[in-house]
Design a protein around this ligand. Structure first.
Ligand code: GTR
Length: 347
Protein backbone atom coordinates (compact mmCIF):
# COMPACT_ATOMS: atom_id res chain seq x y z
CA UNK A 1 0.00 0.00 0.00
CA UNK A 2 1.32 3.45 -0.84
CA UNK A 3 0.93 6.40 1.52
CA UNK A 4 -1.44 8.06 -0.91
CA UNK A 5 -3.85 5.14 -0.90
CA UNK A 6 -6.96 5.89 1.07
CA UNK A 7 -8.97 3.88 3.48
CA UNK A 8 -12.49 3.69 2.02
CA UNK A 9 -14.97 5.38 4.25
CA UNK A 10 -18.25 3.56 4.60
CA UNK A 11 -20.19 6.16 6.53
CA UNK A 12 -20.28 8.83 3.88
CA UNK A 13 -22.27 7.28 1.04
CA UNK A 14 -24.87 5.95 3.50
CA UNK A 15 -25.77 9.42 4.72
CA UNK A 16 -26.60 10.55 1.24
CA UNK A 17 -28.20 7.35 0.01
CA UNK A 18 -30.78 7.41 2.76
CA UNK A 19 -31.99 10.71 1.45
CA UNK A 20 -34.22 10.41 -1.66
CA UNK A 21 -34.36 13.65 -3.68
CA UNK A 22 -37.50 14.20 -5.80
CA UNK A 23 -36.15 16.59 -8.44
CA UNK A 24 -33.26 16.28 -10.91
CA UNK A 25 -31.39 19.39 -9.64
CA UNK A 26 -31.85 18.05 -6.12
CA UNK A 27 -30.42 14.71 -7.19
CA UNK A 28 -27.48 16.41 -8.90
CA UNK A 29 -26.76 18.49 -5.80
CA UNK A 30 -26.76 15.42 -3.63
CA UNK A 31 -24.51 13.56 -6.06
CA UNK A 32 -22.10 16.48 -6.35
CA UNK A 33 -21.85 16.88 -2.59
CA UNK A 34 -21.37 13.14 -2.27
CA UNK A 35 -18.59 12.98 -4.84
CA UNK A 36 -16.85 16.04 -3.41
CA UNK A 37 -17.00 14.75 0.14
CA UNK A 38 -15.80 11.32 -0.95
CA UNK A 39 -12.87 12.73 -2.90
CA UNK A 40 -11.86 14.88 0.07
CA UNK A 41 -11.88 11.84 2.26
CA UNK A 42 -10.10 9.55 -0.16
CA UNK A 43 -7.42 12.19 -0.52
CA UNK A 44 -6.86 12.49 3.20
CA UNK A 45 -7.78 9.33 5.14
CA UNK A 46 -4.53 7.53 5.77
CA UNK A 47 -2.79 4.75 7.56
CA UNK A 48 0.79 5.89 8.00
CA UNK A 49 3.38 3.11 7.84
CA UNK A 50 6.23 3.21 10.34
CA UNK A 51 9.29 0.95 10.35
CA UNK A 52 11.40 -0.35 13.23
CA UNK A 53 14.15 -2.95 13.68
CA UNK A 54 12.72 -4.15 17.00
CA UNK A 55 10.03 -6.75 17.62
CA UNK A 56 6.37 -5.72 17.89
CA UNK A 57 6.30 -5.74 21.69
CA UNK A 58 9.49 -3.67 22.16
CA UNK A 59 8.83 -0.30 23.89
CA UNK A 60 9.61 1.70 20.73
CA UNK A 61 6.94 -0.15 18.79
CA UNK A 62 4.39 -0.01 21.58
CA UNK A 63 4.98 3.74 21.84
CA UNK A 64 4.47 4.27 18.10
CA UNK A 65 1.32 2.16 18.26
CA UNK A 66 0.10 4.34 21.14
CA UNK A 67 0.89 7.39 19.06
CA UNK A 68 -1.25 5.94 16.24
CA UNK A 69 -4.14 5.35 18.64
CA UNK A 70 -3.90 8.93 19.90
CA UNK A 71 -3.83 10.20 16.32
CA UNK A 72 -6.84 8.10 15.42
CA UNK A 73 -8.76 9.53 18.37
CA UNK A 74 -7.81 13.08 17.46
CA UNK A 75 -8.87 12.68 13.83
CA UNK A 76 -12.12 10.80 14.45
CA UNK A 77 -10.63 7.57 13.12
CA UNK A 78 -9.38 9.10 9.87
CA UNK A 79 -5.61 8.80 10.39
CA UNK A 80 -3.78 5.90 11.94
CA UNK A 81 -0.34 4.31 12.13
CA UNK A 82 0.72 0.77 11.32
CA UNK A 83 4.04 -0.43 12.69
CA UNK A 84 6.30 -2.77 10.71
CA UNK A 85 8.82 -4.25 13.14
CA UNK A 86 11.71 -6.77 13.03
CA UNK A 87 13.56 -4.94 10.22
CA UNK A 88 10.80 -6.22 7.90
CA UNK A 89 11.05 -3.09 5.73
CA UNK A 90 14.86 -3.13 5.81
CA UNK A 91 17.76 -1.89 7.93
CA UNK A 92 17.68 1.50 9.66
CA UNK A 93 19.69 2.98 6.79
CA UNK A 94 17.28 1.55 4.18
CA UNK A 95 14.17 2.76 5.95
CA UNK A 96 15.56 6.25 6.56
CA UNK A 97 16.18 6.46 2.80
CA UNK A 98 12.61 5.33 2.10
CA UNK A 99 11.30 8.05 4.41
CA UNK A 100 13.48 10.62 2.68
CA UNK A 101 11.98 9.89 -0.75
CA UNK A 102 8.44 9.56 0.62
CA UNK A 103 8.12 5.82 -0.05
CA UNK A 104 7.57 5.31 3.69
CA UNK A 105 5.71 7.68 6.02
CA UNK A 106 7.57 7.25 9.30
CA UNK A 107 10.44 5.50 10.96
CA UNK A 108 11.66 4.93 14.51
CA UNK A 109 15.40 4.46 14.53
CA UNK A 110 18.39 5.14 16.70
CA UNK A 111 19.40 8.75 16.14
CA UNK A 112 22.80 7.26 15.16
CA UNK A 113 21.17 6.61 11.78
CA UNK A 114 21.00 10.38 11.30
CA UNK A 115 24.58 11.18 12.27
CA UNK A 116 25.64 11.57 8.64
CA UNK A 117 22.46 13.44 7.66
CA UNK A 118 21.68 15.89 10.48
CA UNK A 119 24.88 17.29 12.09
CA UNK A 120 22.97 18.28 15.27
CA UNK A 121 21.96 14.64 15.79
CA UNK A 122 25.52 13.64 16.70
CA UNK A 123 25.51 15.84 19.80
CA UNK A 124 23.52 13.54 22.14
CA UNK A 125 25.78 10.67 20.99
CA UNK A 126 28.99 12.33 22.15
CA UNK A 127 30.67 9.77 24.41
CA UNK A 128 30.08 10.26 28.14
CA UNK A 129 28.01 13.42 27.52
CA UNK A 130 25.18 12.84 29.99
CA UNK A 131 25.83 12.54 33.71
CA UNK A 132 22.84 10.27 34.19
CA UNK A 133 19.33 9.59 32.91
CA UNK A 134 17.91 12.66 34.69
CA UNK A 135 20.39 14.86 32.83
CA UNK A 136 19.38 13.18 29.59
CA UNK A 137 15.65 13.69 30.24
CA UNK A 138 16.02 17.30 31.29
CA UNK A 139 17.78 18.22 28.05
CA UNK A 140 16.54 15.77 25.43
CA UNK A 141 12.87 16.06 26.44
CA UNK A 142 13.49 19.77 26.89
CA UNK A 143 14.69 22.76 24.84
CA UNK A 144 17.92 21.16 23.56
CA UNK A 145 16.06 18.08 22.31
CA UNK A 146 13.51 20.32 20.57
CA UNK A 147 16.32 22.24 18.89
CA UNK A 148 17.86 19.04 17.56
CA UNK A 149 14.49 17.71 16.36
CA UNK A 150 13.86 20.99 14.52
CA UNK A 151 17.18 20.55 12.70
CA UNK A 152 15.85 17.42 10.95
CA UNK A 153 13.69 19.69 8.82
CA UNK A 154 16.42 21.01 6.56
CA UNK A 155 17.50 17.45 5.76
CA UNK A 156 13.99 16.53 4.55
CA UNK A 157 12.62 14.96 7.72
CA UNK A 158 10.22 15.99 10.44
CA UNK A 159 11.71 15.14 13.84
CA UNK A 160 8.72 14.20 16.00
CA UNK A 161 10.13 12.85 19.26
CA UNK A 162 13.12 11.47 21.08
CA UNK A 163 12.84 8.41 23.30
CA UNK A 164 15.52 7.45 25.79
CA UNK A 165 17.50 4.28 25.20
CA UNK A 166 19.45 4.04 28.43
CA UNK A 167 23.21 3.66 28.14
CA UNK A 168 25.06 1.49 25.63
CA UNK A 169 27.79 -0.77 27.01
CA UNK A 170 30.34 -3.19 25.53
CA UNK A 171 29.83 -6.95 25.44
CA UNK A 172 32.29 -9.63 24.40
CA UNK A 173 33.53 -13.07 25.42
CA UNK A 174 35.69 -11.44 28.11
CA UNK A 175 35.33 -8.52 30.53
CA UNK A 176 36.16 -5.04 29.22
CA UNK A 177 37.20 -2.90 32.18
CA UNK A 178 40.11 -0.91 30.79
CA UNK A 179 41.57 0.36 27.53
CA UNK A 180 44.00 -2.57 27.63
CA UNK A 181 41.05 -5.01 27.63
CA UNK A 182 39.41 -3.47 24.55
CA UNK A 183 42.58 -2.91 22.50
CA UNK A 184 42.45 -4.60 19.09
CA UNK A 185 38.96 -6.11 19.50
CA UNK A 186 36.76 -6.12 16.41
CA UNK A 187 33.63 -4.36 17.58
CA UNK A 188 30.39 -4.00 15.67
CA UNK A 189 29.06 -0.45 15.63
CA UNK A 190 25.96 1.17 14.18
CA UNK A 191 26.72 2.61 10.72
CA UNK A 192 27.83 6.07 11.94
CA UNK A 193 31.12 7.96 11.64
CA UNK A 194 30.83 9.04 15.24
CA UNK A 195 30.52 5.45 16.45
CA UNK A 196 33.48 4.46 14.28
CA UNK A 197 35.54 7.27 15.85
CA UNK A 198 34.34 6.46 19.37
CA UNK A 199 35.48 2.84 19.14
CA UNK A 200 38.73 3.70 17.29
CA UNK A 201 39.60 6.19 20.04
CA UNK A 202 39.47 3.29 22.50
CA UNK A 203 42.06 1.42 20.43
CA UNK A 204 39.59 -1.14 19.07
CA UNK A 205 38.64 -1.88 15.49
CA UNK A 206 35.08 -0.75 14.55
CA UNK A 207 32.94 -2.73 12.08
CA UNK A 208 29.74 -0.94 11.01
CA UNK A 209 26.89 -3.37 10.40
CA UNK A 210 23.05 -3.36 10.55
CA UNK A 211 21.41 -4.60 13.77
CA UNK A 212 19.86 -7.68 12.14
CA UNK A 213 23.31 -8.99 11.11
CA UNK A 214 25.06 -8.74 14.46
CA UNK A 215 23.81 -12.07 15.83
CA UNK A 216 25.47 -13.99 12.98
CA UNK A 217 28.51 -11.71 13.10
CA UNK A 218 29.13 -12.63 16.72
CA UNK A 219 28.34 -16.29 16.20
CA UNK A 220 30.71 -16.74 13.27
CA UNK A 221 33.50 -14.71 14.88
CA UNK A 222 33.40 -12.01 12.20
CA UNK A 223 33.30 -9.63 15.15
CA UNK A 224 34.51 -10.10 18.74
CA UNK A 225 32.18 -7.70 20.45
CA UNK A 226 29.30 -5.28 20.12
CA UNK A 227 27.68 -2.62 22.28
CA UNK A 228 24.10 -1.87 23.18
CA UNK A 229 21.64 -1.37 26.04
CA UNK A 230 20.20 -4.28 28.07
CA UNK A 231 16.85 -4.53 26.22
CA UNK A 232 18.55 -4.91 22.82
CA UNK A 233 21.22 -7.24 24.22
CA UNK A 234 18.39 -9.42 25.50
CA UNK A 235 16.05 -9.18 22.48
CA UNK A 236 18.81 -9.97 19.98
CA UNK A 237 20.21 -12.87 22.04
CA UNK A 238 23.70 -11.52 21.46
CA UNK A 239 24.59 -12.80 24.94
CA UNK A 240 24.71 -16.32 23.52
CA UNK A 241 28.03 -15.55 21.78
CA UNK A 242 29.19 -12.51 23.76
CA UNK A 243 28.22 -13.39 27.31
CA UNK A 244 30.17 -10.78 29.28
CA UNK A 245 28.40 -7.42 29.50
CA UNK A 246 30.68 -4.69 30.86
CA UNK A 247 28.86 -1.57 31.99
CA UNK A 248 31.07 0.93 30.15
CA UNK A 249 27.97 3.11 29.57
CA UNK A 250 29.93 5.04 26.97
CA UNK A 251 27.02 6.63 25.12
CA UNK A 252 23.30 7.42 25.59
CA UNK A 253 22.19 7.83 21.96
CA UNK A 254 18.45 8.51 21.90
CA UNK A 255 15.88 6.81 19.71
CA UNK A 256 14.12 9.16 17.33
CA UNK A 257 10.73 9.11 15.61
CA UNK A 258 10.67 10.92 12.28
CA UNK A 259 8.11 11.64 9.59
CA UNK A 260 8.74 12.02 5.88
CA UNK A 261 8.79 15.72 4.97
CA UNK A 262 7.69 14.83 1.43
CA UNK A 263 4.48 13.34 2.82
CA UNK A 264 4.16 15.86 5.66
CA UNK A 265 3.90 18.70 3.15
CA UNK A 266 0.78 17.10 1.64
CA UNK A 267 -1.03 17.07 5.01
CA UNK A 268 -3.32 19.74 6.41
CA UNK A 269 -2.10 21.97 9.25
CA UNK A 270 -4.63 20.25 11.53
CA UNK A 271 -3.29 16.80 10.66
CA UNK A 272 0.29 17.94 11.21
CA UNK A 273 -0.63 19.35 14.62
CA UNK A 274 -2.46 16.13 15.54
CA UNK A 275 0.58 14.04 14.55
CA UNK A 276 2.93 16.22 16.58
CA UNK A 277 0.67 16.12 19.61
CA UNK A 278 0.26 12.33 19.38
CA UNK A 279 4.04 11.87 19.13
CA UNK A 280 4.60 14.11 22.16
CA UNK A 281 1.99 12.15 24.12
CA UNK A 282 3.81 8.90 23.33
CA UNK A 283 6.98 10.00 25.18
CA UNK A 284 5.77 9.64 28.81
CA UNK A 285 3.98 6.45 27.74
CA UNK A 286 7.28 5.12 26.37
CA UNK A 287 9.26 6.10 29.49
CA UNK A 288 6.83 4.12 31.64
CA UNK A 289 7.47 1.04 29.52
CA UNK A 290 11.20 1.57 29.20
CA UNK A 291 12.09 1.79 32.88
CA UNK A 292 10.86 -1.70 33.88
CA UNK A 293 12.05 -3.08 30.52
CA UNK A 294 15.69 -2.24 31.33
CA UNK A 295 15.45 -4.08 34.65
CA UNK A 296 13.61 -7.08 33.19
CA UNK A 297 16.11 -7.35 30.33
CA UNK A 298 19.06 -7.30 32.73
CA UNK A 299 17.49 -10.08 34.76
CA UNK A 300 16.71 -12.03 31.58
CA UNK A 301 20.26 -11.93 30.23
CA UNK A 302 21.66 -13.03 33.58
CA UNK A 303 19.17 -15.89 33.56
CA UNK A 304 20.34 -16.67 30.01
CA UNK A 305 23.93 -17.04 31.21
CA UNK A 306 25.39 -13.55 30.82
CA UNK A 307 27.92 -12.20 33.33
CA UNK A 308 27.76 -8.52 34.25
CA UNK A 309 30.78 -6.35 35.00
CA UNK A 310 29.22 -3.49 37.03
CA UNK A 311 29.97 0.16 36.27
CA UNK A 312 31.93 0.47 39.53
CA UNK A 313 34.57 -1.93 38.14
CA UNK A 314 35.11 0.01 34.89
CA UNK A 315 38.02 2.43 34.50
CA UNK A 316 35.65 5.16 33.37
CA UNK A 317 38.26 7.93 33.65
CA UNK A 318 40.54 6.02 31.28
CA UNK A 319 37.81 5.74 28.65
CA UNK A 320 36.67 9.34 29.09
CA UNK A 321 40.20 10.65 28.55
CA UNK A 322 40.61 9.09 25.09
CA UNK A 323 37.22 10.34 23.88
CA UNK A 324 37.95 14.05 24.16
CA UNK A 325 39.19 14.32 20.52
CA UNK A 326 35.90 12.77 19.38
CA UNK A 327 33.98 15.70 20.85
CA UNK A 328 36.29 18.08 18.99
CA UNK A 329 35.94 16.17 15.74
CA UNK A 330 32.12 16.26 15.73
CA UNK A 331 31.17 19.46 17.57
CA UNK A 332 32.83 21.61 14.94
CA UNK A 333 30.73 24.75 14.36
CA UNK A 334 30.01 27.50 16.93
CA UNK A 335 26.33 26.41 16.91
CA UNK A 336 27.18 22.78 17.69
CA UNK A 337 29.64 23.83 20.38
CA UNK A 338 26.98 26.08 21.92
CA UNK A 339 24.56 23.15 21.95
CA UNK A 340 27.13 20.99 23.74
CA UNK A 341 27.62 23.78 26.26
CA UNK A 342 23.87 24.11 26.84
CA UNK A 343 23.60 20.38 27.50
CA UNK A 344 26.63 20.04 29.73
CA UNK A 345 25.68 23.15 31.74
CA UNK A 346 22.09 22.02 32.29
CA UNK A 347 21.63 21.29 35.97
C1 GTR B 1 19.25 -0.30 19.57
C2 GTR B 1 18.32 0.70 18.89
C3 GTR B 1 18.04 0.26 17.48
C4 GTR B 1 19.31 -0.05 16.72
C5 GTR B 1 20.22 -0.94 17.52
C6 GTR B 1 21.57 -1.13 16.84
O1 GTR B 1 19.56 0.16 20.86
O2 GTR B 1 17.11 0.75 19.59
O3 GTR B 1 17.28 1.26 16.86
O4 GTR B 1 19.96 1.14 16.36
O5 GTR B 1 20.43 -0.43 18.82
O6 GTR B 1 22.56 -1.21 17.55
O7 GTR B 1 21.62 -1.23 15.62
Amino acid sequence: MTPQQATPNKRLPETHMNHRPKTLPGLLTVLTIGVLALSTLTASARTFRSADVHAKDFPTNLAVKFMGDELSKATGGKDNVKVFGDSSLGSEKDTVEQVKIGALDMVRVSSASFHGIVPESVIPSLPFLFRDIEHFRKTMYGPQGDKILAAFDKAGFIGLAFYESGARSMYAKKPIKTLADIKGLKIRVQPSDLMVSLVSAMGASPTPMPYAEVYTGLKTGLIDAAENNYPSYDESKHFESAPVYSETMHVMTPEVLVFSKKIWDTLSKEEQAAIRAAAKASVPYYVKLWEPKEKEAKAAVIKGGAKIVPAAEIDRAGFVAVEKPVWEKFATTPELKALVGEITNAK
